[in-house]
Design a protein around this ligand. Structure first.
Ligand code: ATP
Length: 977
């Protein structure tokens, strides 16, 4: 307030001072004009308007300039006198003739290099600010010129200092402090100062020097005058004059002598001029001196200016006193401001220092916090790993509509996620979820992969890993797994990054690892699935591309590129570690089809059927997760192909990671909640600690020994068979066709056989799923054994591939055994269960006790019947030994025995030509059970439920559930366990 008042009063003071100065300058101009051309008929203090209208016809101006510079305006258009006009002697002159005067005057002014004005400045009735001031400036400049001219020495140099309008000068930014105002005032004061003042040294001896200058000019005038009168002047006189001896006296003498009275009359004028100059000089020096009072006194002594004297009311003293006071005020203000500024600066420094310390402390705390959070997460993950929990990450897709309200309220670093129910704003609508980690909408693909990478690396250490993307349609599953659609290579998904990593590690461990890619796990039969050796990421990309082409993608209301089937990429890794041990592991990368509400996705026809199948398989997945989370004794894996496919990952000793994808949009809130609930349930599933599938070199050696023993046994048996044939009258044809021993013995075969087997060698298989089925049917014991069983069959098939008969028998064998599922309970003390799987289209997956197998007229194999000799004994002992060697436990040998018996039964069945499933219908049904409904050739339904053909069956099977666990008979238990 105070400041603004002060500024306001200051402005008023400045304005009044300026007005005063303008008026004073105008008055000076009038005074000078009157002194040159005679009275103008103006009042003492004419207004701007009066002043301008007096000069408008240009006559006064022309006369004035002609006086100081004769002939400057050659022809001046004179006005008629009032008398002439009254007598009507002449007509009044037209305005343009007067304009001639003004124009000629301006031309003359310009020639003299003096500041001019615009002709229009004299025409206007409504004066613009500053236009009269320009005219005044011009007249005062003429005045200065005149004065300079009078001092011929100055005029001879041709230097004309002209002045500027005080208005122009003071119109400069008012904000330029009071000091600048003082400067401007100073300039104003110097406006009409002659160049003499500029050239004179200040203050001390000023008057003397000015006098000298004046005398010089008078001398010049005198010389001119003398020239004009052609008077003869004694050179001695001038010499004495130039010697400076009693100058004034000499001048007076000369003046009175030579110039007479006329010239002497002018002397007071010179004195007056000298006084004016001195006075102006004093004013000009006032601001430059540090002793204003001294100047004031000087001013007092000079009795101010002529105008003030005439008016008799001199305000200059008051003005200066006011200025002094203002200056003092300003000085005080400046001082206090300086002090305040210093204080503020000091305070700022102190605050900055304090803030710096605070920030440092905070950053240390933050660093510590981050470290602790990181450690915490690592420990938590370790605990999860130890417990074997499914690791669950949540990823939130960026919103498609920037203006849409997001349901995401908070994303915690610790994996917490808070949703806000749009229908219940406020605290009530908050829902909190917790995961291993939550990735927000701005998380990049690399960030996502960084957290996934350790899992991928553990594949190379022999762990089975499954990464699957789950979520509502359009929530970004495919984006996470494969990257952006359209083949973009910038934001590659997990699939690509994982493969790159696998191959990188593989190349580091040169020749130790082989990677194979296939579209399915060996543990489940998926029709048309093949396993191919791959050498580089590019090889796998090619397979992925084929898979992508085969995958059905179509546009729905929820997603323009909606995947209409699940996609599974399985990479098998076989290798040797540095100690010579075998590593076998697999990586499942699963991009599930998205759950969708058909009313939202607005699908019809085939898309609707697809949606129903997708939702059904996902619901089966939900059932499995729930059962696992609740630690139910029975897990309904077999309710869908999807859960069967993921069985090893969800229920085995694999490392499993689930990406739960959600959309942030309001209208997806219910789907988001159900996805997150599902994911949270999945995170509670404990799979048990993951196990590495490594075989030590010791096991490998033992296996090699077994191999050797088997060969020896086969030789022995061959010899005994020859003896037997010789003794029998009728040879047994079936025995020749299919010697059962190698197959039975092959149960214990080493794994290398499979590794060595080329794809071509497997072409002879009737059904690609055969070995898988057998594997599933063999034993649900420890994984390594299960795999051994599989490898055995594969090796067996390759061994017999050139034999039509053996292939057939192999096929029969597979078909038969594919009907058998052995379920080994988690508790090793519980009895092993064996159940048969019926093909899906038979509606119910009936559980058949092992008895059923026995009732199928299985006969003791011929080979067994002929085991009276040495071979039989060797075989018996070998069975026990092999079982022990491989498994190191009696239980394992029991499984071996069981497998051997099973083989024997099948073999016997084949020998009799009465396979229990040899009818055409039976075969078809079984094949369908192996292939699902994929025989229709629809690739979209690669997981079974999706095909149109299957839909009918699916409808019928809608109520089909996984059969309850088999209660095996005591008899069986006794027999097999
Ligand atoms: N993190 C992300 N950043 C940028 N765009 C994304 C992200 N996630 C998803 N999108 C975009 O959202 C759209 C839907 O994503 P996507 O097709 O991956 O969903 P989806 O869950 O696989 O759907 P569906 O189950 O129907 O196949 C795509 O256009 C994709 O590019």
């Amino acid at each position: 307030m105070e400041d603004s008042t002060r500024t306001g009063s200051h402005d008023i003071t400045m304005a009044s001072r300026k007005a005063e100065e303008t008026a004073w300058r105008r008055f000076q101009a009038v005074q000078w004009l009157e002194s040159v051309v005679g009275p103008l008929g103006l009042l003492n203090q004419p207004s701007e308007r009066e002043f301008i209208s007096c000069l408008r016809n240009g006559i006064i101006l022309c006369n004035a300039i002609n006086k100081i510079h004769p002939g400057a305006v050659p022809k001046v258009v004179e006005s008629q006198s009032t008398l002439q006009l009254l007598n009507r002697e002449t007509q009044p002159l037209p305005a343009y003739q007067y304009f001639e005067n003004v124009r000629n005057f301006l031309v003359a002014v310009e020639e003299l290099k003096l500041p001019a004005f615009e002709a229009s400045d004299l025409e206007r009735d409504s004066l613009e600010a500053g236009s009269a001031a320009k005219v005044v400036d011009c007249i005062l400049a003429l005045k200065s010129y005149h004065e300079c001219k009078q001092q011929s020495s100055v005029a001879a140099n041709g230097i004309h200092r002209y002045v500027k309008s005080p208005l122009v000068m003071t119109s400069v930014n008012r904000m330029q402090s009071k000091a600048s105002a003082a400067i401007s005032a100073d300039s104003c004061r110097r406006l009409d100062m002659s160049t003499i003042c500029e050239r004179q040294p200040p203050i001390e001896g000023d008057s003397k020097k000015l006098e000298e200058a004046l005398v010089d000019s008078i001398v010049k005038l005198f010389e001119e005058s003398m020239d004009g009168t052609k008077e003869n002047i004694d050179e001695n006189l001038f010499a004495s004059f130039h010697n400076g001896e009693d100058r004034l006296k000499l001048i007076r003498k000369i003046m009175s002598g030579y110039l007479g009275e006329q010239l002497q009359k002018k002397l007071p004028e010179f004195h007056s001029m000298l006084k004016d100059s001195l006075k102006e000089r004093s004013i000009a020096n006032l601001n430059s001196t540090s002793e204003p009072l001294g100047d004031l006194s000087t001013l007092q002594n000079t009795k101010c200016c002529k105008a003030c004297l005439r008016k008799g009311n001199c305000h200059h003293r008051e003005v200066f006193q006011m200025q002094e006071k203002e200056l003092a005020d300003l000085k005080t203000l400046l001082f206090t401001t300086k002090v305040e500024f210093e204080e503020l600066q000091f305070q700022l420094q102190r605050d900055l220092k304090y803030l710096g310390t605070e920030v440092q402390e905070l950053s240390t705390a933050a660093r510590g916090y981050h470290k602790v959070v990181k450690e915490n997460r690592a420990l938590y993950n370790m605990v999860q790993d130890l417990k074997g929990n499914i690791r669950v990450y949540c990823r939130i897709r960026p919103s498609f509509n920037a203006e849409a309200t997001s349901v995401i309220d908070y994303i915690g670093e610790d994996g917490s996620l808070v949703l806000l129910d749009p229908s219940k704003p406020g605290k009530d609508g908050r829902r909190v979820f917790n995961f291993n980690r939550v990735f927000g909408p701005i998380s990049s693909q690399d960030e996502i992969y960084k957290d996934t990478q350790p899992l991928i690396r553990s594949v190379m250490d022999g762990y089975n890993v499954c990464i699957f993307a789950y979520g509502q349609t359009g929530s970004g599953k495919t984006y996470t797994m494969s990257g952006p659609s359209g083949g973009s290579t910038t934001d590659l998904g997990i699939n690509y990054l994982a493969l790159n990593d696998l191959f990188k590690i593989s190349s580091k461990r040169k020749d130790l690892i082989k990677i194979r890619s296939c579209t399915t796990d060996n543990g489940l039969s998926l029709p048309n699935a093949t396993m191919c050796s791959v050498k580089s990421t590019a090889d796998v990309y090619n397979f992925i591309k084929i898979g992508e082409v085969n995958r059905c993608v179509s546009s729905t209301a929820m997603n323009t590129q909606s995947s209409r089937s699940h996609s599974v990429l399985t990479v098998h890794v076989h290798g040797k570690d540095t100690s010579g041990g075998n590593i076998r592991s697999c990586l499942h990368l699963v991009d599930l089809a998205g759950s969708e509400r058909v009313d939202k996705s607005e699908v019809t026809g085939d898309r609707l059927k697809e949606a129903q199948c997708i939702n059904k398989s996902l619901s089966c997945l939900g059932d499995v997760i729930t059962a696992l989370a609740q630690k139910n004794s029975h897990i309904p894996y077999r309710n869908s192909k999807l859960t069967l496919l993921l069985q090893d990952s969800l229920g085995g000793h694999a490392k499993t990671l689930m990406f739960a994808h959600v959309s942030p949009e309001e209208d997806s809130f219910s789907e988001t909640v159900s996805t997150l609930k599902f994911a949270q349930r999945a995170s509670t599933v404990e799979l048990g600690a993951a196990r590495s599938n490594k075989e030590s070199s010791e096991v490998i050696q033992l296996k090699q020994q077994v191999e050797t023993l088997k060969k020896a046994l086969a030789n022995k048996e061959g010899q005994s068979n020859v003896q037997l044939n010789r003794t029998c009258e009728k040879p047994r044809p079936m025995m020749e066709k299919t010697p059962p021993r190698p197959r039975r013995l092959s149960i214990e075969n080493g794994v290398q056989s499979k590794n060595e087997m080329s794809i071509e060698s497997r072409k002879g298989f009737r059904t690609p799923s055969v070995p898988n089925r057998l594997r599933r049917s063999s034993l649900e014991g420890p994984k390594s054994f299960k795999k051994d069983a599989l490898e055995t069959i594969v090796a067996d098939a390759s061994f017999h591939q050139d034999s039509e008969a053996s292939m057939k028998s192999f096929g029969n064998f597979i078909n038969e055994s594919s009907m058998v599922e052995v379920i080994r309970p988690k508790d090793p003390r519980s009895p092993t269960k064996v159940e048969a799987i019926r093909p899906k289209d038979t509606e119910v997956q009936q559980v058949l006790p092992i008895k059923r197998l026995k009732t199928d007229n299985y006969q003791t194999p011929n080979l067994v019947a002929s085991t009276n000799g040495k071979g039989s004994q060797i075989r018996k002992s070998l069975r026990t030994t092999i079982g022990k060697l491989i498994n190191g436990s009696d239980k394992r040998s029991q499984h071996v025995l069981m497998e051997a018996q099973l083989n024997t039964k099948v073999s016997s069945n084949f020998n009799d030509g009465k396979s229990p499933a040899t009818t055409t219908n039976g075969k078809t049904l079984r094949r369908q059970s192996l292939t699902g409904v994929l025989n229709s050739g629809n690739r979209r339904s690669s997981l079974g439920e999706n095909t149109a053909d299957n839909n009918n069956n699916a409808k019928d099977n809608r109520n089909a559930k996984t059969p309850p666990p088999v209660r095996q008979s005591n008899k069986y238990s006794k027999r097999w366990v």
